[in-house]
Design a protein around this ligand. Structure first.
Ligand code: ADP
Ligand code: ZN
Ligand code: ZN
Length: 741
């Protein structure tokens, strides 16, 4: 027998099938979906590959498959092939997402199952002069990796950071890292307590929603639902009862949540209801070993409830009965690197294939999802009231232009200041939200107008006060602060703009007696510290939590009665057709953090554009009105959901090559796509036209991306590859990307 094998490689050249003979001793074991080891070309080591078809004959002279690694179901292989077409990537990249994590080499797999292992940690007392001793890029790279991923094993570090054993040894010798033997209890829920929480009597609205979905579970039919309910309306309670139903039928459930909402509080509710045993958690903060163990628990059918971020959609759930996607509007469900998949689209595909319901939930649904409910593609289930009868917070919008006119130059409007003072007096908690991290967001010479930009990226540097450095948020470049203009020598350098660091400093000045805690990418780095910050805020009764986007989602703090939005305009001004949608979503979500229990909540939104409709409607938290206005605009301007936006990005070091490749692509696509009603625009530099020393250009096309269109684009990209044009240019096709810059 002959197997068609796809080699596990990102290389475009290898994105095709190769035939291999199946040796007799493996004939009963190898099937479609098997992961195998094969000799390839004149490579010294065996390559990994996936069997996608088995047949009797081949016209080629072929080598034998050398060994077997892991079996994937036929279904999964089909899904991977579908994904590769739809998201313009290699099949092997998709298959990789579906395999047990941490088993890429047999050796690692074995070690990972040992119960006592060596883990690598950063040494606590690293001094500057020790860092000076670092030689070469390899050691630096290894140290950076270990810093971000403490608690990995040596083989894991070798495999995932791509460094050698010697490099790790020399870091140990220099006293930068330490190796500790530990007994492994690689269960992310190991330290959790089970605080029983009982099933609640559903409200009338909850019951209606539950009944409809339950019917679809019982009848084994695909149907897609949107539970649209204000924050606190009891969506999670419905999810839990649906999952209970599914478990009764001896089926399993996948619940996707945005990465950031996988908070301890959220998990506690599920643990309290179902116990730890049946639960598996999958998210990016788990070590590879932990992910491996969770995956096995799922695969063996022991974990029946799978809660995870985007990639948990690929978990090997046994006998799947439902998929639920909470906060379905969240953009983390779409991957922005290859494979550029959308977990919502995959969920739909999977549920259709298995005849099971798909449930989406949100207080501020994706415009496209809501539009689809109007088209009767998704059944709308509304929850209009908060389940525990707490009232929605009152929202006040403050016009910062007026505030300035009265001479108030502080970051806090008079209203917000007063409300915070009152809150402190009453010992209630406050959250302040500002969507920019760092201290000052741009640095300019007032004499000649020179702005400090990253040398690698065409973007302003941000001042970070803690390390007293200028940083690039795109590539991580750092440099010393400046007092003299590098261009004209003037000393009129000024730091403009406000980030969370500066806000925290100001708040400490204004309210010296208040305790504060800050949550943004800069304070959340090591494992679990996101969780630590939230726990600290809650348990130690910290007065004020200051943070970026991270504070917005899903958390439940009973004592938070005041939420202040420092500058609502930052997301309005982004160059993206979703600017209004993002603004409305963020404001509504952040407002949902206030007054979640018996204490009434208040929200103060500061803005320079009080009259803009996303801000206006978020005052009443009126999604319906917002939706009506926005969908009209989208229709007039022909933006999604009335069309798709295709972005073909070209990036690389040679502008000449980019220009050749993009023009070649443009000329190929323009006329063909026109026949399908798709309008293709000339190649143009991207809004941020240089990142990490790579120039960035793109072609944008607007129209409906059907199966046929996908096939055409795939073919064109293949032709481009075969032409050899743009060999060193990175080319990526993305449909409806999150980020248009
Ligand atoms: P959402 O997921 O929509 O934000 P939750 O499910 O978290 O809402 O519910 C918000 C609060 O209301 C929680 O404290 C929850 O325990 C409570 N709750 C939910 N459903 C009910 C119910 N049927 N009866 C009483 N309280 C409920
Ligand atoms: Zn100057
Ligand atoms: Zn940069």
């Amino acid at each position: 027998m002959i197997a068609e094998v796809i080699i596990d490689s990102k290389a475009k050249k290898l994105n095709r099938k190769f035939d291999y003979r199946i040796p007799e001793n493996l004939e009963d074991i190898i099937e479609v979906g098997s992961r195998v080891l094969v000799p390839f070309a004149n490579f010294k080591t065996l390559e990994q590959g996936y069997v996608i078809k088995i047949k009797e004959n081949t016209e080629f002279q072929v080598k034998d498959i050398a060994g077997l690694d892991e079996n994937l179901s036929n279904e999964k292989i089909e899904l991977a092939r579908w994904m590769a077409r739809k998201y313009f990537c290699n099949v092997s990249e998709c298959i990789k997402l579906m395999l047990t994590p941490g088993t890429r080499s047999k050796d690692t797999a074995k070690r990972m199952q040992d119960k006592k292992m060596n883990f690598v940690y950063l040494n606590e007392n690293i001094t500057e002069d020790k860092l000076e001793m670092l030689r070469g890029e390899k050691q630096k790279k290894a140290l950076q990796f270990i810093e971000k991923n403490e608690g990995l094993t040596i083989p894991e570090i070798i495999e995932f950071a791509g460094v050698s054993r010697e490099t790790i040894n020399s870091l140990t010798k220099k006293g930068l890292i330490k190796i500790e033997a530990q007994k492994v209890e690689r269960n992310p829920l190991a330290l959790k307590k089970e605080n029983k929480n009982k099933k609640l009597q559903l409200t009338e609205e909850q019951q209606i929603a539950y009944d409809k979905i339950e019917k679809s579970i019982q009848n084994k039919e695909f149907e897609e639902f949107l539970i649209y309910g204000v924050t606190g309306s009891g969506k999670t309670e419905i999810y839990m009862q649906l999952i209970e139903k599914v478990l009764e039928l001896n089926e399993s459930a996948i619940l996707l949540v945005p990465e950031i909402s996988l908070t301890p509080q959220m998990l506690d509710r599920f643990i309290g209801r179902f116990g730890k045993e049946k639960l598996a958690v999958l998210h990016s903060k788990l070590s590879i070993g932990e992910r491996h163990d969770e995956w096995i628990k799922i695969k063996e059918g022991n974990a029946k409830i799978i809660i995870g971020a985007r990639s948990a959609i690929f978990a090997p759930a046994q006998n799947l009965g439902i998929i639920i996607i909470d906060e379905e509007h969240d953009n983390s469900y779409k991957s922005e690197s290859s494979p550029r998949y959308n977990a919502k689209e995959l969920a739909e595909k999977i549920c259709k294939g298995k005849n099971i319901p798909l449930v989406l939930g949100s207080a501020t649904p994706d415009i496209k999802t809501f539009y689809r409910t109007e088209q009767n593609e998704i059944e709308l289930l509304k929850l209009t009231k908060r389940a525990n009868n707490s009232s929605l917070p009152s929202v006040e919008v403050v016009d910062l232009k007026k505030e300035l006119a009265t001479g108030n130059k502080s970051m806090l409007s008079f209203s917000l200041y007063e409300a915070m003072k009152q809150n402190l007096k009453e010992k209630k908690q406050t959250i302040l939200f500002l969507n920019r991290r760092g201290y000052s967001t741009f640095i300019m010479c007032r004499e000649c107008g020179y702005t400090m930009k990253c040398p690698n990226c065409n973007i302003s540097l941000t001042y970070h006060s803690f390390q007293n450095k200028l940083k690039c948020h795109y590539c991580g470049h750092e440099e010393k602060t400046v007092k003299i203009c590098p261009s004209c020598g003037s000393d009129k350098i000024r730091y403009f703009g406000t980030g969370t660091q500066k806000l925290e400093e100001e708040i400490k000045k204004i309210f010296p007696e208040a305790s504060t805690i800050r949550m943004d990418v800069d304070t959340v780095t090591k494992k679990n510290s996101h969780e630590e910050i939230l726990n600290k805020f809650k348990n130690e009764n910290i007065d004020i939590l200051i943070g970026t986007q991270m504070v917005v989602k899903g958390h439940h703090f009973p004592k938070v009665t005041l939420v202040g939005v420092i500058a609502a305009d930052s997301s309005l001004n982004i160059d993206d057709f979703r600017a209004n949608e993002r603004t409305f979503q963020i404001l509504t979500q952040v407002a949902g953090r206030a007054g979640r229990e018996n204490l009434p909540g208040k929200v103060i939104i500061q803005t320079y554009n009080p009259e803009s409709f996303p801000i206006e409607f978020s005052k009443e938290q009126n999604y319906d009105l917002f939706y009506k206005t926005e969908i009209e605009l989208r229709k007039q301007l022909k933006y999604p959901p009335f069309c798709d936006i295709i972005v073909i990005g070209f990036s690389g070091e040679s502008q000449k090559e980019i220009s050749e490749a993009s023009n070649f692509t443009y000329n190929m696509l323009k006329n063909v796509l026109e026949k399908y009603g798709i309008n293709t625009f000339m190649p143009m530099p991207a809004p941020i036209d240089k990142i990490k020393n790579k120039y960035r250009w793109r072609i944008i096309a607007k129209g409906n991306v059907t199966e046929e269109v996908t096939i055409i684009i795939n073919k064109c990209m293949q032709k481009l590859y075969e032409s050899g044009i743009g060999k060193k240019t990175n080319i990526a096709v993305d449909v409806n990307p999150n980020n248009m810059v």
